[in-house]
Design a protein around this ligand. Sequence first.
Ligand SMILES: [Zn+2]
Length: 56
Amino acid sequence: MNFAFVCGWCGAPCVMWGEPVASWWTDRYELPDDFECWSCGGISTTPPPPWTPADD
Ligand SMILES: [Zn+2]
């Protein structure tokens, strides 16, 4: 599932892929600790959940 984040440097919306984690009691996804902005190239820390699902 894709999640939407906002770059901490330039404010551009970034979309990151979250790998589903097998679990029977809740929907969980694994995301990297940080992500690189497609717009400015800056590295931003992934905020703590809950995350915003991105519209595909
Ligand atoms: Zn940026």
